[in-house]
Ligand binder design. Sequence first.
Ligand code: DX5
Ligand code: ZN
Length: 225
Amino acid sequence: MSQPHIHPSILSADFANLAGELERIHTADAVHVDVMDNHFVPNLTLGLPVVQALAERSELPLDVHLMIEDPDRWAPAYAQAGVQSVTFHAEAAAAPVRLARELRAAGTRSAMALRPATALEPYLDMLGELDMLLLMTVEPGFGGQAFLDLVLPKIRRARAAIDGSGKPIALQVDGGISRDTILRAAEAGADVFVAGSAVYGAPEPSVEIDALRNLVLAGHQNVQQ
Ligand code: DX5
Ligand code: ZN
């Protein structure tokens, strides 16, 4: 498994001061940007102009999580904004294989997300089209929800499938990740961890990011001993 990566979600940041909020997470591996359209999820956040502005300003790479309907139509424009990865939801995509290829062709990493109750198995044959698989550990839409342990078996199955594929596909978890839950997700096989309220709710977000990463690293050492 690769090094643990911590991606703070700016959903829990001060939207009136996004540039300042980026500086508070300078120890992160990338910035997770939640795009919600009020249709795929019952919440509305930000869209392409804000992602473009963040991409220009941020020294960290952007990890864009699209919780939108019709990603086949909208996702490629995000890929062209110069971001590290674009994640679309399997439940919303009409042609996920074609879309994953379009994202890569546009110069970004392709990623696909599954809601907690969406089965992994129908998508196993297309894993090779993805650079990252996101398994939601809450129902998407809002920060601050409780981690759903019922997703852990799916994380384990995804880890086994990724290892079996021999491809360097990242396995991301998003929702309810904190000092209390990150080890459970890591032990199940996740290696990229999104954390919103746990990071921005901490007194020093940059310190909290290091603490989360160190918990996973220490957990790996315990397993090896
Ligand atoms: C939820 C979003 C998450 C959210 C996570 O729909 O996709 O990225 O910001 O927030 P926490 O870490 O508070 O669960
Ligand atoms: Zn997210």
